[in-house]
Ligand binder design. Structure first.
Ligand SMILES: [Zn+2]
Length: 284
């Protein structure tokens, strides 16, 4: 904990130096100089206090060095590592060998080619997603995007363009920004892949997917997305990586992938921060 107080002292002495220089230059009565100094100190003290306040872990609210999550919460995040289904990215309990697909990928193949996720959707992941989505914590996007870039490195190595899943304009307006767009921009900066933020549009308002069955989710988002007429060139013939925060049933990703393929995308992969892994349906 020495960082806060040390920074505060450095800040105060810095301002004191600046203030006395100013006082020597100015030909003003001493009372006014004192007043000025008092004001400067009050300002500096407030500024120092702002700096001295430690950053809190976004998940558990404990003080943390740097940004994002503390070491304890980081350890609780369940990063998805191989072996996993090469198609859906669902983790396997054991390695069934290369190219072996999950039962779900065979029974219910999605429109997209491959999906990858950084972490399983559990308590800490949910807290991060909600902080980004509902509490304007855009400062989390570079960290979360970094984990996604790592999980999706083979997708990104082949990608021409990143496309975030759009919000409906009404939701985008009330929430002010699109969390998938923030993640896409962070991944774009880290991977060098171009972001086509406005390429995909939500052309129909959809119900929230929460609480819907798999079939209801699919019909809820069917035909809800479209590539904007003036953005076709960003998509046609391109290998697209669709970016979203959470993958649940895959219905939204699938509907987006269909819209991108209708606009002649060469290939669509999906990269999300967290995916729901249903342990009851764990393959093999
Ligand atoms: Zn924590």
């Amino acid at each position: 904990m020495p960082r806060g107080p040390v920074m505060a002292i450095a800040c105060l002495s810095g301002v004191r130096g600046g203030a006395s220089l100013k006082a020597m230059d100015a030909e003003t009565p001493s009372s006014s100089i004192l007043g000025h100094l008092r004001g400067a100190f009050a300002h500096a003290a407030k500024f120092a206090l702002d700096i001295a306040l430690p950053t809190l872990c976004v998940a558990c609210r404990e003080p943390v060095d740097g940004e994002g999550v503390c070491a304890a919460c980081w350890a609780k995040l369940s990063f998805i590592e191989p072996p996993y289904c090469p198609r859906l990215g669902i983790p396997f309990v054991y390695d069934p060998g290369p190219e072996l697909l999950s039962m779900e990928a065979i029974a219910n193949p999605p429109a997209y080619q491959r999906a990858r996720a950084a972490v399983r959707y559990d308590d800490v992941a949910r807290t991060l997603v909600h902080a980004l989505k509902y509490h304007d914590r855009t400062d989390l996007a570079p960290t979360m995007g970094g984990w996604m870039a790592r999980a999706g490195r083979e997708l990104l190595a082949e990608a021409d363009v990143l496309v975030p899943v759009p919000l409906h304009w009404r939701r985008g307006w009330s929430r002010r920004y699109n969390q998938s767009g923030a993640l896409a921009r962070a991944i774009g900066r880290q991977s060098g892949v171009k972001v086509a933020a406005e390429a995909l549009r939500r052309v129909r308002a959809t119900e929230q997917q929460i609480g819907l069955s798999r079939a209801q989710r699919a019909s809820n988002v069917q035909g809800a997305f479209k590539v904007a007429a003036d953005r076709m060139a960003d998509i046609q013939g391109r290998r697209v990586v669709l970016i979203d925060d959470v993958l649940t049933s895959g219905a939204t990703s699938d509907a987006c992938a269909r819209a991108l393929l209708r606009a002649k995308a060469a290939q669509v992969d999906v990269l999300v921060f967290a995916r729901v892994v249903d342990s009851h349906k764990a393959p093999i």
